[in-house]
Design a protein around this ligand. Structure first.
Ligand code: GLU
Length: 327
């Protein structure tokens, strides 16, 4: 009996090998952010577009919730993830060996794929904390962002622009997903989150018992910051996105762009397939999240500091879009 089974298996082996080599599906993972942000649904949207063509590309993509931009860039570089969503400023810093990468040198294997939605450096404060502007944060309990997130450096930059040191606030370093709960439980007075709008996190933070407003971050200090650092640009958060927020006017601040990055070690065909499916089906892709409403093919080629991956470039050349690529 045993011999029979063994013979049967050995007879089937060559056939099994042929089948598996013809239909071998490659699994790719995309690092995102907290589940209430925009990176996570963005990663899921990318997967949805790519997985529709699973039979054609033999590619199955999955999105993972992570600590954010800095984590994603590092995980992509060490091969733990194939793609990551990361802020354009973090892409710039990693490629040039700045901020968290200072001392580790330029991350030369980092490659850009495309940009996504704009992200605003968003400051939320409980009304009763009396925080009407960023300078009111002194001595207040403020979540400035978890290690591994993109927002941590943006919060520090925003505070530093106004001469506020990290020690001058009672800084917390928790994940953005926890911040709305902490604000509503009165365990923090305010939090920073660099994120696209609208999103579930800010809706949650502004919809509870405690009244919350979005605080503008403007002034000559921010004008100078934008002038000094090429990745920062002015940003506006429309009031219509958060009907329960105390402020009924738009919030003025500064921001960056969400981008999709990969490593030079990821295969050309994989990156080509992902790029092609998003660009060729952009109208459908945009329907998957309200923050994508503003996307255009041209805007998706801006904010790319790291060299464009050859797989993405192949598609951009084919589509006649390569002339639009901008740092
Ligand atoms: N910008 C945030 C970060 O880099 C993530 C925002 C989001 O998840 O939408 O960590």
């Amino acid at each position: 009996m045993k011999r029979h089974i063994a013979q049967g298996i050995s007879a089937l082996l060559p056939l099994a090998l042929i089948i598996s080599s013809c239909s071998k599906t490659e699994f790719v993972t995309i690092g995102t952010g907290g589940v209430t942000g925009v990176y996570y649904p963005a990663g899921q949207a990318i997967c949805r577009m790519v997985n529709k063509k699973q039979a054609q590309y033999k590619l199955k993509a999955t999105a993972e919730s992570t600590a954010g931009s800095v984590f994603n860039i590092n995980a992509v570089l060490n091969g733990d993830l194939d793609f990551g969503i990361a802020q354009s400023d973090r892409q710039y810093q990693a490629y040039k060996g700045l901020a968290e990468w200072e001392g580790r040198g330029p991350q030369q294997n980092l490659r850009s794929v495309f940009s996504l939605h704009p992200e605003a450096v968003t400051l939320l404060a409980a009304e009763k904390s009396g925080i009407a502007q960023i300078t009111d944060l002194k001595a207040k309990r403020v979540n400035i962002g978890n290690p591994g997130s993109g927002q941590l450096q943006n919060s520090k930059d925003a505070l530093a622009a106004f001469g506020i040191t990290e020690d001058a606030v009672v800084a917390e370093y928790v994940k953005a997903v926890e911040a709305p709960g902490l604000l509503q439980d009165e365990r923090i007075d305010a939090f920073f989150y660099t994120v696209g709008h609208p999103n579930g996190n800010i809706k949650e933070a502004t919809s509870g018992r405690i009244k919350v407003s979005l605080v503008s971050i403007t002034g000559p200090q921010i004008d100078s910051l934008i002038k000094a650092l090429p990745y920062y640009a002015p940003a506006t958060i429309p009031a219509k996105f958060y009907e329960n927020a105390v402020n009924r006017h738009a919030t003025q601040t500064f921001g960056v762009k969400a981008t999709c990055v990969t490593s030079s070690d990821v295969g050309e065909d994989v990156v080509y397939a992902v790029t092609r499916e998003i660009f060729e089906n952009l109208a459908d892709f945009k329907k998957l999240h309200a923050a994508f409403e503003v996307l255009t093919k041209e805007s998706m080629l801006q904010g790319l500091t790291a060299p464009v991956h050859p797989g993405a470039l192949r598609y951009y050349k084919e589509a006649g879009l390569d002339g639009h690529i901008k740092k």
